[in-house]
Design a protein around this ligand. Sequence first.
Ligand code: SF4
Length: 65
Amino acid sequence: MKVCIDENLCQGHARCVYFAPDVFEIDDEGYANVREGMENVPADQQDNVRRAAANCPERTIIISE
Ligand code: SF4
């Protein structure tokens, strides 16, 4: 699984960080990033990333399996 964020759509709610804090972080400008090295999501984080994507109000988390 790979994950990225459409930074043009992110509104900074941090719900992604709530569901997958090991994968997402909020940057200095208040928007979400995928943590360095987590673009290829480890197996034990994949359910968390799916939950984060399902709960992102802007639908800006992009998953490719
Ligand atoms: S929940 Fe979605 S819109 Fe909100 S900070 Fe996370 S990625 Fe951005």
